[in-house]
Design a protein around this ligand. Structure first.
Ligand code: CA
Ligand code: CA
Ligand code: CA
Length: 196
């Protein structure tokens, strides 16, 4: 094992130094060094043991339909639904419509919606107050964070009737966000914030 090799190597080097030195070190010094090395070895053994124990405590998504990214789980559901039905269906499977908080999370979603012919609902809406966009969440609404990815000219509240957020999948604007009428039926993305 790696730590055994390291320990043998260190002991070998110390031994060689002791032999090659002009015996400047007292026997007590050598005993102290040996003792310290032994302690180092034992600490290393403990670290390896703890690491392997940590690795065995695997957290994971509920089933293979969910995709794991970081410590979150996502489902890309192609069955078209209105925004509020999509939100309800996400909640029925212990999730919520996705809340996109970073470019990395957006990129992960893009990689999973490539090739789709329509956009996907995400957890954005301005139904409570026009142009006051919020992320829906089972813990209540949350205001927009630092990461925003609206498509150019969006949100435009077209015809005064666009209060729900989608992420575009069409190649020219893939990954960009748009406001659309909430009654439109679109595929949707659910997210579980905490792994099970
Ligand atoms: Ca998220
Ligand atoms: Ca609106
Ligand atoms: Ca729009």
């Amino acid at each position: 094992m790696h730590y055994l090799t390291s320990f043998s190597l260190i002991m070998g080097i110390v031994g060689a130094l002791i032999v090659r030195s002009d015996c400047q070190c007292s026997c007590t010094d050598i005993e102290v060094i040996k003792h310290l090395l032994q302690e180092m070895f034992e600490i290393k053994q403990e670290v390896y043991k703890l690491r392997s124990e940590t690795d065995s405590i695997k957290v994971s998504c509920p089933d293979v339909k969910w995709k794991q990214y970081g410590n979150k789980c996502y489902r890309f559901i192609k069955d078209p639904n209105t925004w509020s039905d999509a939100k309800e269906k996400c909640r029925l499977i212990s999730g919520d419509l996705v809340r996109i908080e970073s470019k990395e999370e957006n990129d992960f979603i893009v990689a999973n919606i490539k090739g789709s012919t329509s956009g996907f609902w995400i957890g954005l809406d301005d139904t409570q107050k026009e142009n006051n966009w919020q992320w829906s969440s089972s813990e209540g609404t949350q205001s927009l964070g630092n990461f925003l990815n609206w498509a150019p000219g969006e949100p435009n509240n077209d015809r005064g009737d666009e209060d729900c957020g989608e992420i575009f999948a069409k190649m020219s604007k893939i990954g960009k966000w748009n406001d659309a009428p909430c009654s439109t039926k679109l595929p949707y993305i659910c997210e579980i914030v905490k792994l099970l």
